[in-house]
Design a protein around this ligand. Structure first.
Ligand code: ATP
Length: 761
């Protein structure tokens, strides 16, 4: 609102001016005339500023008529209320002219009327859809895809790519030309087929009519009349349907254009209505380029600024539940750099971080990008397929999850071992549980589960297991060691059975033959806890190495689960012999390669690119689809939570299937009992011959006699002498050799026996 600068002072403006200039009006109270103070630039319209500079300080201001009306504070507040953006600031209390007020009210109403907004939005989207079709038609007509790739290869100095795309373009032109040349031939062929069909139809009608006539079932003319009636009906039907079809066609085209416009997702944001919050952004070359540009990586920005399109090694194409492409990034940018900005990239693509999977392709500078359709991954892998019914043949694999593309993934388990790893809480136990649930559903399979930790995760499997140990206490880990020794012996035994049957490895036939070669699934959870146990760890590690190395071909599948495998927490020979690798989010390339194989990180198989939390339940899996390939998998999830225990019904179903055929495989053999007590004097009596033996050499003899008895493994000569002294057997020092004399030992034994007898009396 312009100031009224006439000689007649505007009381409102005067107050305003005084405020903005920081001084009062020069005229005293009651004075009408006085010095006119020009307005400070920036607080008034350009027009008034311009005039102020023209007139200079203290110049008489020309009167300018202004359409306005002085309002009372009440009227001013009422106007504020009606105007769309709340109270008017710095405008002074004014009343609009009726015509302007009408227009403002109409526009305001329209802008706030959802129906009007929808109409505008639909119109804009339909027009944009039409434009998109036109551009696509132009693109297709002028071989746009090839054109852009040729430019991109040229810009990147990629001569091979340039040659390749040029050749592809030429081949496409030749093919199109050929199709064009073939058109007359095609049309002629269609005409021939139509005429042939007509003639065939007429002949058939004539033959049928003749047969009807001859057989006396009707007359020749009757059949022909019937056919003619049918033809007349069809003509009538087409004529009747023609008008609605003609009227509906433009509507269908408009609807198609609207859909196309929505897919492009480029309608102005201010036109979005709450009903369309699910509008998807169409993923195409432009949106991908824009999302990459928004990362503000200098080389990418510079490259795109130069007008060169991105170089697509695999152009964008629909891939299962999303879109996939492979891009050669501008020189100096690694795919890893982009992958590390995954959340930012996702924001640019209007996706959640877990819906965008950038990874390193076959070279550092090649970006493999998969973008899920909006919301497509929300349901995770979905329901475990064998939740309600079904059994498994482990020779065909067990259900594990779904690829991001949505295809079910089976984990191959025979002749393999599996290592599962990742940061805490990312899904290791759940992943192992899914594999073991699958194994449980094969009635021929035996299950052994060892959890060296106080952990409920696998308790529900207990009834299906032939061996189950859970707990972090030393005794529990000692038990695990015992059972690994038993398994180690079984590996050897199975080898002998295979030799007997002249087979190199267990197959389905042998596995089902009841000769001790049934599939055996062993899970060692939190394996690092057992392997790093101060007393039993070394032997556990040694046994594991042998079992994973030799057990594969003998029908034994070992799953080791650990957090971040290092050379101390997981022997290299174990990781090397696990051809299945399941890596949930990991912290560094060392853990990555331990899970996915040496060199996996360098080859672009990177669980380091998974985001802890965001990607819970999603893993990079190796060995599930060919040895050299890895893929991203969403694991099925089987809850064992109280009130939502999904595993127990599976175990019950598995047990019912087993009862129909026999017993839980392996459960008939009692678990090896860890040694709870040994008698030192009895053992010395056994290991010592007739001559005295140096005390330092005796522990080795005792260990050989009872390898499972931990105290013998740590026993020293000096400790032995002390222990014998405590039991009444004196060992002389004799030249510092401390010979343990079998005679003294046997005397002590006899003495003890007599004392026992005396006690009994
Ligand atoms: N495939 C999945 N789908 C959905 N949620 C999952 C999936 N896997 C795991 N989760 C969620 O993550 C939680 C932790 O999973 P889990 O116990 O398997 O992790 P972990 O890696 O074994 O953790 P820790 O190392 O602490 O034992 C689960 O309770 C579950 O809520």
């Amino acid at each position: 609102m312009n100031a009224d600068a006439s000689n007649q002072p505007d009381p409102v403006n005067s107050a305003d001016d005084a405020f903005v200039n920081g001084q009062g009006n020069a005229a005293g109270p009651g004075e009408i005339g006085g010095r006119v103070i020009p307005l400070r630039p920036g607080t008034r319209s350009a027009d008034s500023v311009h005039r102020a500079s023209e007139i200079g300080w203290g110049t008489q201001v020309e009167p300018v008529p202004v359409n306005g009306e002085v309002l009372s504070p009440g009227e001013s507040a009422e106007l504020d209320r009606r105007l769309p953006n709340g109270p008017v600031r710095d405008a002074g209390p004014v009343r609009l002219l009726p015509a302007v007020r009408g227009a403002v009210t109409a526009v305001t109403k329209a802008a706030h009327n959802p129906k009007t907004m929808v109409v505008i939005r639909v119109t804009v989207l339909t027009l944009q859809g039409g434009k998109s079709w036109a551009l696509r038609a132009y693109d297709a007509g002028t071989m746009g895809v090839y054109r852009r790739q040729i430019r991109a290869a040229e810009a990147a100095g990629d001569m091979e790519g340039l040659r390749d795309w040029t050749e592809r373009r030429e081949a496409a032109i030749v093919a199109r030309h050929q199709r064009f040349m073939d058109l007359p031939k095609l049309a002629f062929g269609v005409v021939k087929v139509v005429i042939g069909s007509l003639v065939g139809l007429i002949v058939t009608i004539v033959v049928v009519a003749a047969v009807v006539h001859v057989s006396g079932a009707g007359t020749f003319a009757g059949v022909v009349d019937g056919v003619l009636d049918f033809v007349r009906f069809m003509v009538w039907l087409v004529t009747a349907a023609w008008t609605p079809v003609l009227l509906g066609a433009p509507l269908a085209v408009l609807y198609g254009a609207y859909r196309e416009g929505r897919r492009r997702g480029t309608a102005p944001r201010w036109l979005a209505t709450s009903a369309e919050s699910d509008v998807d952004l169409m993923i195409d070359e432009t949106t991908v380029a824009a999302a990459l540009a928004a990362l503000r990586i200098p080389q990418v920005t510079q490259y795109l600024k130069g007008g060169s399109p991105l170089q697509y090694l695999t152009p964008l194409r629909v891939d299962g539940r999303g879109t996939h492409c492979v891009i050669r990034l501008p020189a100096g940018v690694t795919a890893d750099k982009v992958a590390r900005r995954r959340a930012d990239l996702a924001a640019g693509l209007h996706r959640l971080a877990k819906e965008v999977y950038p990874s390193t392709g076959s070279e550092e500078g090649i970006l493999d990008l998969w973008i899920a359709d909006k919301g497509a991954l929300a349901a995770g892998a979905g329901e475990y397929p064998l939740l309600e019914e079904g059994l498994v043949d482990v020779f065909k694999g067990v259900p594990f999850g779904r690829s991001l593309r949505g295809e079910p993934i089976l984990a191959p388990v025979m002749e393999r071992n599996t290592i599962v790893g990742g940061m805490p809480g990312q899904g290791k136990s759940s992943g192992a549980r899914v594999i073991m649930a699958g194994a449980a559903l094969d009635p021929t399979a035996e299950l052994r589960i060892w959890v060296p930790d106080a952990n409920f995760d696998f308790e529900v499997f207990k009834p299906r297991c032939s061996r189950y140990v859970m707990g972090a206490e030393d005794e529990r880990i000692g038990e695990i060691l015992e059972q690994l020794r038993e398994l180690h012996a079984e590996v050897q035994h199975r080898g002998a059975i295979l030799v007997e049957h002249e087979e190199p490895q267990v197959n389905r036939k042998l596995a089902s033959a009841g000769i001790g070669l049934h599939p055996l699934f062993c899970l060692l959870e939190e394996a690092h806890v057992a392997i790093q146990h101060p007393e039993y760890g070394t032997e556990i590690a040694k046994l594991l190495v042998d079992i994973v190395r030799l057990g594969r071909k003998r029908g034994i599948h070992v799953i080791v689960s650990t957090q971040a495998p290092t050379k101390d927490s997981m022997p290299r020979d174990v990781t090397r012999n696990c051809s299945n690798g399941i890596a949930f989010a990991v912290g560094d390339h060392v853990a990555n390669d331990a899970l996915l194989g040496q060199g996996a990180y360098a080859a672009g198989h990177r669980a380091t690119e998974l985001i802890p939390g965001t990607d819970r339940g999603t893993a990079v899996v190796k060995g599930f689809a060919g040895e050299s390939r890895s893929q991203l998998a969403q694991a099925y999830f089987l809850s064992v939570a109280k009130g939502n225990d999904q595993v127990t019904p599976i175990i019950e179903r598995a047990l019912a299937a087993i009862r129909a055929t026999g017993r839980v495989p392996g459960a008939d053999r009692p678990a090896p009992q860890g040694e709870t007590n040994r008698d030192l004097l009895e053992d010395l009596d056994t290991v010592l011959g007739d001559d005295p033996v140096r005390a330092a050499d005796v522990p080795a003899l005792l260990s050989r006699l009872a390898p499972g008895w931990a105290p013998y493994r740590t026993l020293t000569g000096k400790a032995l002498v002390a222990e014998l002294a405590a039991q009444g057997v004196k060992v002389p020092s004799t030249g510092n050799k401390y010979p343990v004399d079998p005679v003294t030992v046997r005397e002590a034994l006899a003495k003890r026996a007599t004392a026992d007898l005396d006690g009994d009396d």
